[in-house]
Design a protein around this ligand. Structure first.
Ligand SMILES: Nc1ncnc2c1ncn2[C@@H]1O[C@H](COP(=O)(O)OP(=O)(O)O)[C@@H](O)[C@H]1O
Ligand SMILES: [Mg+2]
Length: 221
C-alpha cells in the first residue's frame, strides 16, 4: 500500500493581531500518498499559503499535528526542519524569488552547495536541470536578463536541485500568461512523473488543477 508522505490531523490556525483573532484554518485533515499530486484550491485569503507553510514546518499550527513520512514535525527543532526542507522539499512561488545578483546556473547550484556537494558536481547537475527546462543557452543570464516565463522555469529547475521527494508550489503560474503557464505546467508534470516526486500545488489555474490526481478545497471561514 502507498504510504502518505504528508499527513495532517485536525489542523487549525488562528492569527492574533492585537485584539483581533483571525481563524484561517479549521479542523483540516489531509493526507497525500507518495508520488501523487494534489491541487490546493480556494479563494484568495482562504489560507492556501498558510497551509503550505504549516505542511513544510515554516509555520506551526495552533492546533493539530503534521507528519512528514510519519515523523511528527512538532518533535523536530528549527535546525532539523531546515535540514529536512533542504534535503526533501523543493519550493516554487508565484514570483520566482531568484537571487538577482546571481546567474541562472548559480541560482540553481546554490541549494546543492548548501546541501554539501562539491562545486563541480553542483554545476554539472544544475546544467542538466537547465537543459530539462530548455534553458541551457541562458545559463549565464541574470534574472533581470530573462523573461517572466524563463525566470519561472529557472525557479522550477532550482526547486529540483536537491532531488526532492516533494515539490511545494504556491501559485506557480499566477504571474504568467496562458502560453507560459501551459509551458511551466507541462515541464512540472513531466519532471514530477519522471522523478516520482509528490506534488502539492496551490493554484487558481483550473487548467493546471485539473491535471492533478485530486483537489483539496479550502474555504473562507
Ligand atoms: N502572519 C499573519 N498574521 C496575520 N494574519 C495572517 C498572516 N498570514 C496570513 N494571514 C491572514 O490569513 C488569511 C489567509 O492568508 P493566506 O494563507 O495568504 O491565503 P491565500 O494564500 O489562500 O490567499 C488572510 O486573511 C491573511 O490576511
Ligand atoms: Mg497565497
Amino acid at each position: 500500500m502507498n504510504k502518505p508522505i504528508f499527513k495532517c490531523s485536525d489542523i487549525s490556525k488562528t492569527f492574533t493581531q492585537g485584539k483581533n483573532k483571525v481563524e484561517v484554518l479549521k479542523g483540516i485533515n489531509f493526507s497525500l500518498d507518495k508520488s501523487s499530486r494534489v491541487a490546493i484550491i480556494g479563494p484568495s485569503g482562504s489560507g492556501k499559503t498558510t497551509f503550505l507553510n504549516i505542511l513544510t514546518g515554516l509555520d506551526t499550527p495552533s492546533e493539530g499535528k503534521v507528519f512528514y513520512n510519519n515523523e511528527d514535525l512538532n518533535k523536530l527543532d528549527e535546525k532539523q526542519k531546515a535540514i529536512m526542507r533542504n534535503k526533501e522539499i523543493g519550493f516554487v512561488y508565484q514570483f520566482h524569488h531568484l537571487l538577482p545578483e546571481f546567474t541562472a546556473i548559480e541560482n540553481i547550484a546554490l541549494p546543492i552547495l548548501i546541501g554539501g556537494l562539491t562545486k563541480n558536481k553542483a554545476y554539472a547537475k544544475s546544467l542538466d536541470l537547465l537543459k530539462r527546462v530548455n534553458l541551457e543557452n541562458r545559463a549565464n543570464h541574470k534574472p533581470s536578463e530573462l523573461s517572466g516565463g524563463e525566470r519561472q522555469r529557472v525557479a522550477v529547475a532550482r526547486s529540483l536541485s536537491n532531488s526532492p521527494a516533494c515539490l511545494i508550489m504556491d501559485e506557480p503560474t499566477g504571474d504568467l500568461d496562458s502560453n507560459n503557464a501551459r509551458l511551466i505546467s507541462d515541464v512540472i508534470l513531466e519532471l514530477v512523473e519522471e522523478f516520482k516526486i509528490s506534488l502539492v500545488i496551490a493554484t487558481h489555474d483550473t487548467s493546471l488543477s485539473r491535471r492533478m490526481d485530486k483537489t483539496f478545497e479550502l474555504e473562507i471561514n
